[in-house]
Design a protein around this ligand. Structure first.
Ligand code: ADP
Ligand code: MG
Length: 246
């Protein structure tokens, strides 16, 4: 699904130059759930932006679904992005003046299988993320966790085979974060969607089946992981809070 060979990315010139990624090589097969971890400034967002075709100016080889993305024109990259890739960000990136339904339908305006007749698909994905009742609400009427569910529904709209997430639980409390991770784990397991999640939270990375660690732009480890179930962590959290309350 994703193949990266000898990827490097440098920003700026001369004395002000920063090397954000150093000679990264990585293969991510279809259906895998990978966490990319590392401290702030280690290159995680830069890596995700390259994979998602949101950055140029890097060196190396990157292929998504067998297509070498360096060779694609902007229009071809947009097409690949809208057909294959969903994005989820820390701050949800919803448009406040639009309803949930309209936010979710947005990817249809950039092409893809639901370019027309998207309302039905939007309702379907909003139901899938548990927001069937909030279709006409504006983002300002929703909690943080609900906003992130809308963002996930939007990411799912075009039936992507890959979802890229940059700190998707970074703005959420622990319980809400676990609920969102439970949704991601289910999407990965039931739909086989490839998931790449950036996080600096160790307990979030433990839910992935592979953990790639970056430090100062270099890949310092790449390990398989026996995934922890967010549903079990939620149960444990409920129990703990009941005991504290009792
Ligand atoms: N657009 C940019 N211009 C200049 N430097 C950048 C830019 N984007 C990222 N960097 C630098 O690249 C390094 C990695 O950043 P980033 O990928 O955002 O790290 P992370 O997501 O792990 O916090 C940092 O030193 C950052 O300052
Ligand atoms: Mg980042």
């Amino acid at each position: 699904m994703i193949s990266i060979k000898g990827l490097s990315r440098t920003f700026g010139r001369g004395a002000g130059q920063t090397t954000a990624l150093k000679d990264i090589s990585l293969e991510i097969p279809e259906g895998q759930f990978v966490a990319i971890v590392g401290t702030s400034g280690s290159g995680k967002t830069t890596l995700l932006n390259v994979i998602g075709g949101l950055d140029s100016g890097w060196k190396g080889e990157v292929s998504i679904a067998g297509q070498s993305i360096a060779k694609l024109s902007d229009a071809q990259m947009s097409k690949l992005r809208s057909e294959r890739i969903g994005f989820v960000f820390q701050h949800f990136n919803l448009l406040d003046h639009l309803s949930c339904l309209e936010n979710v339908t947005l990817p249809g305006f950039f092409g893809g299988p639901n370019a027309t007749g998207g309302a039905e698909r939007a309702r379907e994905v909003l139901r899938l993320v548990g927001l069937g009742e909030k279709i006409d609400d504006k983002p300002s009427q929703l909690s943080g966790g609900q906003k992130q569910r809308v963002a996930i529904a939007r990411a799912l709209f075009n039936r992507p085979r890959l979802i890229l997430c940059d700190e998707p639980t970074g703005s959420l409390d622990r319980r809400t974060g676990l609920q969102i991770m439970d949704l991601f784990q289910r999407l990965n397991q039931s739909e086989g969607i490839t998931l790449v999640i950036i996080t600096h939270e160790e307990h979030v990375s433990e839910m992935a089946s592979r953990v790639v660690r970056l430090e100062d732009g270099a890949m310092i480890s790449d390990e398989p992981n026996d995934p922890v179930s967010p549903a079990q962590l939620l149960e444990a959290l409920d129990k703990q809070q009941q005991e504290e309350g009792a």
